[in-house]
Design a protein around this ligand. Sequence first.
Ligand code: GTR
Length: 455
Amino acid sequence: MNIRKFELYLLPFLLLIVTLSILISCHDGRSVVDKKQGWQADEGLVDTLSNKNFSVNYFEDSIPLFELPDPLTVLKGSSVTDAETWNKTSRPAILQLFREFVYGIAPIGKPESMTFDVYDLKKDALAGLSTRKQVRINFSGKLEGPFMDILIYLPDNSESPVPLFLGLNFQGNHTINNDPEISITKSWLPNGRVGVVDNRTTEKARGIAASRWPVEEILKHGYGLATIYYGDIDPDFDDGFLNGVHGAFDQKGPRESNAWGSVSAWAWGLSRAMDYLQTDKDIDGTHIAVIGHSRLGKTSLWAGAQDDRFALVVSNCSGCGGAALSRRKYGETVGIINTSFPHWFCRNFKKYNNKEDELPVDQHMLIALMAPRPVYIASADRDLWADPHGEFLSAYYANPVYKLFGKKGIEVKGMPPLDTPVQDGYIGYHVRSGKHDLTLYDWNNYMDFADKHFR
Ligand code: GTR
């Protein structure tokens, strides 16, 4: 072969290599998977779930090629290289993109007429383990509400203000513990749940969610716990945004396509709870972690992204619209979630049904908004609907932003194995054995992680 002929073959060959390497580098969804070591979805479960619904993808190999938006180059031009520029320009721009295209825009800050009323204060609650408080926050100060009740347990013996976990609950404050003095919400609940009659909960539901709220263990670990029934803030059904805080704070007239959905309303409620917690002398307002499971994990992330008074953020099995990368289209997708729950996100988000590639953001950028604060993301082995792998990848791809602050995010070669938490940096992650749930195992890891950053 003479030289010219050689060049003739070499050029296309080189082009092919370059194209292939670009494609591989774009294929972020698989490039960090260490197939030999890391967690992988159980093949039997993948088959069962796929056979139940062919239109949902559970196969890692069928994930489309995609390119993730780079949080550092979001403002076209050059890449951000320092924390100050990130804080001044990229961070606010990304936050605005999430407001505009995903969750919707909530009213800013604490309403002027909002009131706090500590209507219950009991020392030696829970057999002497705790001081219990119940606080009513009336959002607009009107007698008829809307209002939410915060249930707070603090370790009884602590001499200084305590760090605390704050999280919304699914079925009412009285469901988190058997304590007979926890008041019962009068807000709407879906029928079909234990103890719910005519969309109202009853005494029968007391303590039914206790496994998700290990109050005694939390107190013994030196943390306080505050929780609120999420339906106090906005009832979780598609009512045209007339009830809850939407009804109270929305302007009259047609709704904008970027108006706040329910996740945004619940997150706003968490910030209003924070307004109270910061005034309570028994609580260390600089060490408050926000935690949430499932749709309420989406909510804790969104609350943490917007309100940096949350010193640590925990997402438990939050899935689509939470920690999972939308572009992977694995398990629940943007189109599925917007169809099943049309009220959770803003109307603009629906434009990306089956067009995830056109979204100006993906969920790793939401995780990046927590930087430099610690954030913990957890998945469950059987919870493929929430895409454990996609949740891990969001954590992983938030790394470069933590680096800007000189902080270690999550330094791993691939997804960690089952039941092997990684929590030595500012981004924690584990995938736990078992189903979509919030368990003591999860809590123990969150508390260990908080110990590292709070103590
Ligand atoms: C599911 C929904 C998930 C998750 C879950 C929950 O039906 O598809 O996105 O949020 O509900 O909140 O329990």
